[in-house]
Design a binder for this molecule. Structure first.
Ligand code: ADP
Length: 483
């Protein structure tokens, strides 16, 4: 089968430049969510393997941090080229373990390359300051230095690009890394080992360990050699990691859950709003932290919006990600399908009306129909919980103030979207929404040039933009006296 010959499929940890098994020899199986077939295994590693990876990263850090920014940029550009030269093979691996359509997987791999290139460039612009001194005989310098070894824990929904956002700035600044990919999608994570090896990064600069999330996570959080934890995943696990890093006072960046509102005002361009809604809801089968969780539609266009959104959802082509033309792949696993079913049952029990989909797809397995539920109300579970599936609950509202209040009525604050044709309203609503990312008349806004990151319980720190490098740097003040 195709997957067995994929050059990037590695079934071992990457520690100190070597491909190694878990000490115990134990493994974890990895399945293709589109057909349930086993793709292969990865090591079930724990604390000991992680400790060795951290020590290798610490050793490598001493020489890596002394290389020039220009040298690191050259290697990162090579890494970028290696990704782009192998975009199809990397996308195939991604689709196989994650389920998303090949087109989306290719897009993700392209975005990984873009992050690497961006940070190759940004790394050369890590400026310090020379500050006017209050003393005639002393000078003040402010310098930026790499924080050291970083621990990166990443989720299954973007198994390639979530690592790119972390490895890019880490490597550009002179940090070294120990990464732990999600157990459902470890191969796109391990592929970074192959790519870094081929691009010529020295051994120990990038290490990748698969296996027990809690054992690897505990070692990364508690080992004093690790100076920063960067995590993308659920708010629940993010909170746990923040607590665990407290003992060694590490820097933390957290990209956590969202509960994105998508507001459509009466004055919006309806067709544009529906197009944006489809992209913001059903991308990656609804399994992104910036996917719309709640649609709020003004009373005057509510019925028309529901009708058009439902028709557009019905037209989405569901299938295996590797099939031509597929727009929506399977959900990651059976548990994800059960959660979606539970949320729909909760909604219909409270007066919600299914206007598209609503059930498992005829393809079976973890395929689910793109679903729209009208008549959504605040007592339904979607109001507070992240759906992470292809379900669009549509709430009705009357006034601008009400929409802002409803949109902000959540502990999350990652992405939000709204559609209006009124410029004044665009500013008022943008300023009223407590979110880290705002799409105005746009449903997909993530790009490497802009800072991605949430407010409130959606996290802290930014990835992308020039801001995305700050978390990998320590600021040092130097006073030079006796001039
Ligand atoms: P999701 O709900 O999207 O799977 P999780 O937060 O559970 O998100 O997982 C995101 C990442 O965090 C994965 O790599 C997972 O293995 C890891 N993880 C889960 N539990 C822990 C833990 N206790 N300590 C460290 N990492 C964890």
């Amino acid at each position: 089968m195709l997957q067995k010959t994929n050059h990037f499929l590695r079934q071992a940890n990457f520690i100190d430049g070597a491909w190694v098994n878990a000490d115990s020899g134990q493994t974890v199986d990895v399945f293709n969510p589109a057909n349930g077939e086993k793709i292969g295994t990865v090591p079930r590693s724990g604390g000991a393997e992680t400790r060795r990876a951290i020590e290798a990263a610490e050793t490598a850090f001493h020489s890596w941090k002394k290389t020039s920014a220009a040298h690191r940029a050259t290697l990162l550009r090579r890494l970028h080229d290696a990704i782009m030269d192998n975009q199809d093979a990397l996308a195939e691996l991604l689709t196989m373990e994650q389920g998303k359509s090949f087109a989306e997987a290719k897009g993700e791999v392209g975005s990984s390359a873009a992050y690497i290139l961006w940070y190759a460039e940004e790394g050369r612009r890590v400026y310090g300051d020379v500050v006017p001194s209050p003393w005639a005989d002393r000078r003040i310098l402010v310098t930026k230095e790499p924080v050291g070894v970083i621990g990166a824990i990443t989720p299954w929904n973007f198994p390639s690009s979530m690592l790119a956002r972390k490895l890019g700035p880490a490597l550009a600044t002179g940090c070294t890394a120990v990464a732990k990919p999600a157990s459902q999608t470890p191969y796109s994570g391990l592929a970074w080992g192959v790519l870094c090896e081929e691009a010529g990064f020295p051994k120990g600069v990038v290490n990748i360990v698969t296996g027990s999330a809690s054992e690897i996570g505990d070692e990364l959080c508690e080992n004093p050699l690790v100076r920063k934890i960067t995590f993308t995943g659920s708010t629940e696990i993010g909170k746990l990691l923040i607590q665990k890093t407290a003992g060694t006072v590490k820097k933390v960046s957290m990209e956590l859950g969202g509960n994105a509102p998508f507001i459509v005002f009466d004055d919006a361009d309806l067709d544009r709003a529906v197009e944006g809604a489809i992209a913001a809801k059903y991308r990656n089968s609804g399994q992104t932290c910036v996917c719309t969780n709640r649609f709020f539609v003004q009373a005057g266009i509510y019925d028309k919006f529901v009708e058009k959104l439902s028709a557009a959802a019905d037209r989405l082509k569901v299938g295996s990600g590797l099939e031509e033309g597929t727009q929506q792949g399977p959900l990651i696993d059976e548990k994800a399908v059960e959660k979606v079913e539970e949320l729909i049952a909760d909604a219909t029990g409270k007066g919600g009306k299914v206007t598209a989909g609503g059930a498992r797809h005829a393809l079976g397995g973890s395929f689910f129909q793109p679903t729209v539920i009208s008549n959504a109300s605040s007592d339904m579970r979607f109001m507070q919980e992240e759906i992470f599936g292809p379900v669009a609950p549509v709430f009705r509202f009357e006034t601008e103030e009400e929409a802002i209040k409803l949109a902000n009525d959540t502990v999350f604050g990652l992405a939000c979207y709204f559609y209006t044709g009124d410029l004044g309203r665009a500013f008022r609503v943008m300023e009223g929404l407590k979110y880290g990312l705002v799409g105005v008349n746009e449903g997909i806004i993530t790009t490497v040039e802009a800072p991605f990151g949430g407010l409130k319980e959606s996290g802290m720190g930014k990835e992308g933009g020039h801001q995305g490098i700050e978390d990998y740097l320590d600021t040092k003040y130097v006073c030079i006296g006796g001039l």
